[in-house]
Design a protein around this ligand. Structure first.
Ligand code: ADP
Length: 179
């Protein structure tokens, strides 16, 4: 499912983020940049050890912030590592931190002159963010950014399973209805 935001494209696909040919892919990392399971493990496994070597040098990343490394043997030249919040009921600043994780990733892409990037559903796995709420925050943050910044041409959300794809598609339809 593709939608135009001014001259940019916002795309939803079901798939594996490690296979994307965007200039950067975004990793849902942890604050120590230590690797782990889920999408983080998949990206390090597919991209090889040069990504972790850079993560070690950087040392860590606070929740809601983002850092960038090489993409190793991935098709993407770069990996942007961002840290989403662990969902703890919603009263601990989770929404602002999740928004910040997307926004700081987009800002880093712009700062590097990148024109395309792919996001997973940050915090929607082990970090347990309720999927509809996380999808809405993800989509709204990207849509607002693309309206205000013309440099990024493509943002692709890569949803790992059909149910998460359906949730993103539902929230995107709702947000577009509100335009
Ligand atoms: P977090 O700790 O931020 O919740 P997870 O890796 O546990 O991160 O999950 C984030 C989302 O990424 C989940 O929706 C999960 O299904 C998805 N995911 C896992 N592997 C991949 C992959 N290879 N490509 C895209 N998304 C993935």
């Amino acid at each position: 499912m593709d939608t135009k935001i001014d001259n940019s494209t916002l795309s939803l696909i079901q798939g594996d983020i490690t296979q994307q040919d965007t200039e950067a892919i975004v990793n849902a990392a942890n604050a120590r940049l230590a690797g782990g399971g889920g999408v983080d493990g998949a990206i390090h496994a597919a991209g090889g050890p040069s990504i972790m070597a850079e993560c070690r040098k950087i040392g860590g990343c606070p929740t809601g912030q983002a850092v960038i490394t090489v993409g190793g043997s991935l098709k993407a030249r770069y990996v942007i590592h961002t840290v989403g919040p662990v969902y703890q009921g919603g009263m601990n600043g989770e929404a602002a931190l999740l928004k910040s994780a997307y926004l700081e990733s987009l800002r880093l892409a712009s700062a590097r002159g990148l024109k395309s990037l792919a996001f997973p559903a940050i915090s929607s796995g082990v970090y347990a963010y309720p999927p509809n709420q996380s999808a809405r925050i993800a989509l709204k943050t990207v849509m607002d950014y693309l309206r205000e910044h013309k440099d990024i041409e493509l943002v692709r959300f890569v949803l790992f399973n059909q149910s998460m794809y359906d949730i993103f598609a539902e929230e995107l339809r709702k947000l577009r209805g509100n335009l």
